[in-house]
Design a protein around this ligand. Structure first.
Ligand code: A2P
Length: 276
């Protein structure tokens, strides 16, 4: 099964995504083009990344790949000052990423760190674009169980369809993931490669050697088998392809247990301010 169903939406998302944080202009277009050619069908952007239009440009350059073949996500960075202004900002973003009269597959609130009233405003805007069919699914990012529980006070649409958080073997956020599982919220993993920081780990190297795969491929495979939707990021064509070559092997129970043991809890988190 290469897709993850999104609760109450009738839609689903490809299990492997591609992140475009810190890729801009031509570099972003080239990376997305390479990713689509390599078989990725799920691209994760954000207003704050300033590259929504680049993703759209690249998408239109691949012969044989149609808009509806690709799952496109973006994120609402902040309030524009009022419900109406924020709504306009979201429409602008949908047009940049999805084209005129277009849509996005998933729209997320980027960060919870703005206070309850703002979270409520942002969610109401996303509910509206979802009802209008301009976002097929809506969700959140960097939300903890307390933020998800609080949503019940103001949300018409609950649960959110997705929560995107930092997840890799060294940062497994088990409490949040369990909460999402219990409530039917799909979980996406940003920085599944731990930004490249832990790929020299000796325990990981041993598992990689056993399967004749690279440490990067093993941590992406690990995320897939955990049921997280990994969004690895790379600006390098060889690594973009390499990171998608994870469907010809599988980790056994012992490997999973070994990698589960790498969790460092809060200490393993690379984005403690939840800014990615
Ligand atoms: P680059 O863009 O030069 O490939 P994450 O997805 O966890 O945020 O990690 C992204 C970082 O990991 C980027 O700095 C990226 O660098 C690097 N990276 C991506 N793929 C690989 C790989 N296969 N091996 C080593 N580093 C990688």
């Amino acid at each position: 099964e290469d897709r993850v169903p999104l609760v109450n939406t009738g839609t689903s998302m490809p299990r492997l995504g591609f992140g475009v944080y810190q890729l801009y202009g031509q570099a972003c277009q080239k990376a997305v083009l390479t990713a689509l050619e390599a078989g990725y069908r799920h691209i994760d952007s954000a207003q704050l990344y300033r590259n929504e239009a680049d993703v759209y440009t690249a998408l239109n350059q691949v012969p044989g790949v149609k808009r509806e073949d690709v799952f496109l996500t973006t994120k609402l960075g902040q309030s524009a000052g009022s419900f109406d202004k924020t709504y306009q900002s979201v429409l602008g973003s949908i047009e940049r990423l999805g084209g005129k009269d277009g849509y996005v597959d998933l729209y997320l609130i980027h960060l919870p760190g703005v206070g309850r009233d703002t979270r409520e405003e942002l969610w109401k805007v996303l509910e509206r674009v979802h009802k209008e069919g301009k976002a097929k699914a809506i969700g959140v990012s960097n939300f903890r169980p307390q933020h998800l529980e609080e949503m019940k006070e103001y949300a018409e649409i609950w649960p959110p369809h997705v929560n995107q958080i930092e997840l890799h073997p060294w940062c497994q956020q088990q409490e949040i993931v369990q909460y999402c599982r219990d409530n039917g919220i799909a979980v996406c993993a940003y920085s599944p490669l731990s930004c490249g920081d832990n790929l020299e780990d000796a325990t990981l190297a041993a598992v990689a050697k056993k399967h004749n795969k690279s440490p990067a491929q093993v941590v992406i495979r690990y995320a897939l088998q955990k049921g997280w939707v990994p969004l690895p990021k790379s600006g390098n064509p060889d690594r973009i392809k390499h990171n998608a070559d994870v469907f010809d092997f599988s980790l056994d129970d012992e490997d999973m247990k070994t990698l589960n043991g790498l969790d460092r809890g809060r200490a393993g988190q690379l984005f403690p301010a939840n800014v990615k």
